[in-house]
Design a protein around this ligand. Sequence first.
Ligand SMILES: NC(=O)c1ccc[n+]([C@@H]2O[C@H](COP(=O)([O-])OP(=O)(O)OC[C@H]3O[C@@H](n4cnc5c(N)ncnc54)[C@H](OP(=O)(O)O)[C@@H]3O)[C@@H](O)[C@H]2O)c1
Length: 258
Amino acid sequence: MRLKGAVVAITGASSGIGEATALAFARHGARLELGARRLEKLNSVAQRCRQAGSPEANVRLLDVGQRAQARAFIAATLRDFERLDVLVNNAGVGWMGRAQQMPEEKVDELVATNFKGIVTTTQAALPWMLERRRGVIINVASIAGFRATPYSAVYAATKHAVVGFSHALRGELSGSGVKVCVVYPYVTSGTEFFEGMGGVVGPQHPAAWVANLIVRTARFPRRDAMVAPIRVAHFAEPVFGGLMDHAIGEVRRRSLRE
Ligand SMILES: NC(=O)c1ccc[n+]([C@@H]2O[C@H](COP(=O)([O-])OP(=O)(O)OC[C@H]3O[C@@H](n4cnc5c(N)ncnc54)[C@H](OP(=O)(O)O)[C@@H]3O)[C@@H](O)[C@H]2O)c1
């Protein structure tokens, strides 16, 4: 896909991976619809996108877990630009701790934001894309989408749901001209993701890497897009899965000082 002039809608564009992705698409001359809950931050991202080369960058107040708002975000994109070439479902939240102690409202928030939101925006975007037989839907999962991470059980479950939904939908849409792709970030620096979760241990990659991977995936759509170290972990999972449950559990127990 040619990105110059293409219309890209990004959820969760006010910080981290979403912000870096907006800027990366802007540098290719894409027109942007940016959604998140913090308008002030979104406005600052949009301004930098225009400076970086986006001919048009609009912002929309969006709580993706609210179905009406998620549908309205897609409707606004189609109203503003009369087209939608790429939908990046990136908005997401985490929570770290023992599953048995996770507050109910946090469970609901993670499921609504990380999973239900993707279903709603996708359902809203598909009629337009299918009618024109083109479009790319990129869902931001996580390494936790195939390597379930102890102490973030519900988060891992939502990301498994994202992967399952995306792969099944990809099959439903084969031959339709609409592509569904999954991107799997690892621990990513330059994001607000781990704020209030006791910090991060271990290797990290910058948000710009993930953003570039997302842009590459829009240009050359593929089922699963992973940076190289994640691909290795993916291959190792069926063999070393049990060992990794134990090892990651141990590391996290230490970092949470349990
Ligand atoms: N950082 C990592 O290590 C990592 C690793 C693997 C996967 N990921 C995934 O990458 C994605 C982006 O996260 P990030 O790392 O960039 O973290 P981040 O800096 O915290 O960004 C999360 C974004 O999602 C938005 N958001 C949260 N709840 C929302 C809601 N209900 N409605 C609309 N927008 C919402 C936030 O904006 P507002 O608060 O303004 O709404 C923000 O723009 C997430 O799906 C996350 O699961 C991150």
